[in-house]
Design a protein around this ligand. Structure first.
Ligand code: SF4
Length: 710
């Protein structure tokens, strides 16, 4: 008994929701029911949990919607029926083999998730790149952080967050750009709140078209027009240069490209930039004066920059502010992209995107391909140099018929993809669809030819890497229901059915050891790490090479040596033009989408929890009264929102907190509760950043009208 509450001793694990990566102690009471509490010893959350984390036991205990056994339909016109694992995987292997034989390896694809554990990502990536011979693996992480990945690579030479969470607490100025961490990364934000209480001189600047909960802690809210972030960052850069607040020594010795950057930002006056951004010139100058006069400066951002047709350039323009001021590699300083999902970073570590190889090796580099081929004991030349299909490309290519089969694991694309009705057309046309999930209620199941029941996060062992490079362990706390299996086990069984060697791991720890060994000698070397160390230390930050004895590497670039060929950080210049969908008289408003506090992604878990649904119980449209009044729209009216792709109907929340000309809808709702008319991605467009391939979720041209039944 623990604390007299009839609770058995707990296992340490990690929250399965956001990229903060909080540690959890999960226990079972004498009735075998799971309880959760924050792990006091975890360096990330130190015992704290947010509303989603505190209610994890509801989803862990409620098995009413779980997939319990494999199902299959023998042709598209037949219903799904229960089959054994052997039958399901034998048939899937036969179909994959036939398609690969007839149409080649690129006729099949895997679409995974930033909620997959690192071990699962590793085996899927090994299977398709090493053995099937295609690079068609991508994930929903493409939808949230790929612009940050490319931004880091182009500027610092490596996809790496340079700082740790502790740096945020000792910064003197934090610039939060396009993020609402108070709702979307709550425990991290609680640490910022504590830092502000301890140090009232800490300056917090927020740039966002919406006045979010995060703004309540801000000293300055720059309520910019959507799509003008680069102009704002350039204008701040110009002010810093004009005021002599750049770090000339750092620029000279540790960067390249400064002169071009200076010329570029001087093309636009601060007054002109202020007009473009829709903010006051004095506030741009105020932000610059704070940034220019502090010891520690952290930039923090997420989807507002990443989910853009110019997302890579938005990232670079913000990182440039750290570089020109020399605020990198020092305590309390550095760029810090927040990942949305719990293991978006772990997926990249194993190379789980269509353009990556394990340990951040490059697909285009023959030496890197050969290293991996030798390690996996496959013939040289097995791995293809050309990137595979990205997330949105996969569903487009299903529609054109070039891609024949897709295996979807741990994600619900029929709610989360942009221009989702086009994606749905792709799934309708697919020859073969495998869906591997925990829930029997996701929208995507409708198109499955084979359904594979997976174990939930608390029913399997593995690791995840959070937004700050902290690798954290998840223990298996309870058994999966029915015949559900851990995702890695499912993939390995399938690989063996395909006749491939190298998938006979004895357990998850053996997969992790193989992954860790493959990182040796790379920038993200974790060859000194294993489950034993993770269990003892809770979370460590990579790199963690063989001789590491502590908690890993808290801060990178202290020596101002970067991972680029010339060891310098690259200050890059580019136009500040946005290339989003054009507004028209028919669609004059800008729709931006995002998260709310108490829901997670497509609600397949959080939607089951009454306490969480009480916060906001249905989808809505947030609109400024200045835009609502001319349309005769009042609070709580039912409105129809239209774009060139489709329509939705939801009720209105009038709010002066959103900029006039902009409207907001949450991303979470799909068609389970009603029709598909509360699914915001009926409206969004399929434009992507040409470098990162990340979709433009934050800028869709729409019209809003009162809905009246015809
Ligand atoms: Fe989970 Fe994120 Fe909340 Fe932490 S902040 S408890 S990781 S949802």
């Amino acid at each position: 008994l623990k604390d007299g509450k009839n609770i058995l001793p707990g296992n340490t694990t990690t929250c399965c929701y956001c990229g903060v990566g909080c540690g959890i102690v999960a226990s079972k009471d004498i009735h075998n029911r799971i309880t959760v509490e924050g792990d006091q010893q975890h360096p990330v959350n130190k015992g704290m949990l947010c509303s989603k984390g505190m209610n994890l036991h509801y989803t862990a205990n409620d098995k009413s919607d779980r997939l319990l056994y494999p199902e299959m339909r023998y042709n598209k016109n037949m219903p799904l029926q229960r089959v054994s694992w052997d039958v399901a995987l034998t048939r899937t292997a036969a179909v994959f083999k036939a398609l690969i034989d007839k149409y080649g390896p690129d006729s099949v694809a895997f679409y995974a998730s930033g909620q997959c554990l690192t071990e699962e990502y590793y085996v899927v990536n090994k299977l398709i790149k090493g053995f099937i011979g295609s690079n068609n693996i991508d994930t929903n992480s493409r939808l949230c952080m790929s612009s940050a990945v490319v931004g880091y690579k182009m500027s610092l030479g490596e996809d790496t967050v340079p700082i740790s969470y502790d740096d945020i607490e000792i910064a003197d100025c934090i610039f939060v750009a396009g993020a609402n961490p108070a709702w979307c990364h709550p425990i991290l934000w609680r640490r910022v709140e504590t830092a502000k209480q301890k140090n009232p001189a800490l300056r917090i600047i927020v740039s966002d078209p919406r006045k979010t909960q995060t703004c309540s802690l801000a000293d300055l809210h720059l309520q910019l027009n959507p799509g003008t972030d680069i102009t704002l960052h350039h204008a701040i850069g110009r002010c810093l240069i004009e005021d002599g607040k750049v770090d000339s020594h750092f620029i000279l010795n540790s960067t390249s490209g400064y002169e071009d950057y200076r010329d570029n930002v001087f093309n636009t006056s601060v007054a002109a930039a202020a007009a473009i951004c829709g903010v006051q010139e004095s506030n741009i100058r105020l932000a610059a004066s704070w940034i220019g006069n502090v010891k520690g400066f952290v930039t923090m951002w997420t989807m507002g920059l990443n989910q853009s047709v110019v997302g890579t350039h938005k990232n670079l323009s913000l990182i440039n502010l750290n570089l020109i001021t020399g605020h990198i590699g020092k305590p309390g300083s550095g760029p810090f992209s927040l990942t949305g999902q719990p293991n978006a970073m772990g997926g990249r570590e194993v190379g789980g995107l269509s353009n990556l190889l394990p340990a951040h090796r490059n697909l285009a580099n023959e030496h890197h391909r050969n290293e991996v081929e030798k390690f996996w004991q496959i013939p040289l030349g097995s791995i293809q140099p050309k990137p595979g299909l990205s997330a949105t490309e996969m569903f487009d290519e299903l529609g054109t018929g070039k891609l024949k089969a897709i295996w979807i694991l741990c994600t619900n694309p029929l709610v989360s993809l942009p221009d989702v009705r086009t994606a749905e057309e792709g799934l309708k046309k697919a020859k073969f669809v495998v869906v591997q999930d925990i829930s029997n209620k996701t929208e995507t199941l409708k198109y499955a030819d084979v359904v594979l029941p997976a174990a939930a996060w608390i029913e399997k062992e593995g690791t995840m890497t959070n937004a700050g490079r902290y690798i954290s362990y998840l223990s298996k706390v309870t058994e999966a229901p029915g015949e559900a299996l851990a995702d890695a086990e499912i993939i390995c069984r399938f690989a063996r059915k395909m006749g491939y060697h190298g998938f006979d791991f004895k357990d998850a720890s053996a997969i992790y050891d193989e992954h860790a060994a493959l990182t040796a000698g790379t920038n993200i070397d974790i060859s000194g790490l294993n489950y034993g160390i993770l269990k003892e230390k809770r979370a460590v930050q990579w790199p963690y090479p063989k001789d590491e004895k502590g908690l890993g590497t808290a801060r990178l670039f202290a020596d101002h040596q970067f991972y680029t060929a010339d060891k310098k950080a690259h200050i890059l210049s580019f136009s500040d033009q946005n290339r989003s969908e054009a507004l028209t008289p028919e669609h004059p408003l800008i729709l931006t989408t995002g998260r709310i506090r108490d829901q997670w992604h497509t609600r397949s878990k959080t939607g089951k929890v009454n306490k969480l649904n009480q916060h906001i119980s249905e989808s809505f449209l947030e609109i400024n009264p200045l835009d609502a009044t001319p349309r005769n729209i009042k609070d709580n009216d039912l409105v129809e929102i239209t774009s060139l792709r489709g329509n939705v109907r939801v009720r209105v929340k009038l709010s002066a907190d959103i900029k006039s000309g902009v409207v907001f809808m949450p991303m979470h709702w799909g068609l389970i509760l009603k029709s598909d008319l509360n699914r915001v991605n009926n409206l969004t467009n399929n434009l992507t950043d040409p470098i990162s391939k990340e979709p433009d979720f934050k800028f869709t041209a729409v019209q809003v009208k009162i809905y009246t039944k015809a």
